[in-house]
Design a protein around this ligand. Sequence first.
Ligand code: NCD
Length: 305
Amino acid sequence: MKNLINILDLSVEEIAELIEVADDIIANPAKYRHVCDDKILATLFFEPSTRTRLSFESAMLNLGGKVLGFSDANSSSSTKGESVADTVAVVSGYADIIAMRHPKEGAPMVAAMHSTIPVINAGDGGHYHPTQTLTDLLTIHHEKGRFDDLVIGLCGDLKFGRTVHSLIEAMSRYSGIRFVLISPEELKLPSFVKQEYIKNKNIEYVQSTSLEDVIGELDILYMTRVQRERFFNEEDYLRLKDSYILDKAKMEKAKDDMIVLHPLPRVNEISTEVDDDPRACYFRQAHYGKFIRMALIMKLLEVKV
Ligand code: NCD
């Protein structure tokens, strides 16, 4: 049985297959409408979510399956002190696959150890978010047509931004990649990502505190929200929250074919005046999330068309 805890649990070939299936689902949705007719997805969300949970649920419903779960830790027995291990051992008897989001790093891994059904990490604290990365990869595949030879700017909260960590891991396996890491000093990429996936792999990178200075070099600009819920004090958050705001003036300095991605939710970091720019891909990106999750559910449940 396979789980998806870290994006590297999938090989580059498996990712290419998932993208192929997602593209076929986009082209022929009717073919997939009943492939999970007798299957149940449990969404165990101990942290808030809009897109990830709803796209997982929509994905399963579009495959003909059913969904159950909770979207708020307060409505689960975790408030009574139940461990993740016990919750998952029980849910294994109620469903066929689990998507779990948890504020503690490593919780989905613990869940996988106690589960008899596949577990998908839907975000664990400031750690990883592999299904957002699959969504990002499907978007890059559609918008740029390649994963090699790209200059990728990651901007904002690189310290706590789990989507950034997983995306760097994933992109570090392609060739000709150059990372441009744009953040305030306090929100720099943590060494568990930088050392292992950039330095040890001899991937070219630069760090900058200024988005203006580097935007002209980028093929992809991945904007992120400052992760308020992971800060220890509100003062620091308030000081750092508007460090970068992408607006029309900055977009004028960017390449004509640069794409702007953002996992969403956006707070202030992309001005709404950028939304009409054809290079702004973040709403299309959110849409792709459903199709790649359909492909992932099918793969982990080993169902065929
Ligand atoms: C991201 C997350 O939860 O890490 N959201 C998402 O799943 N699309 C990004 C964020 O919350 O800033």
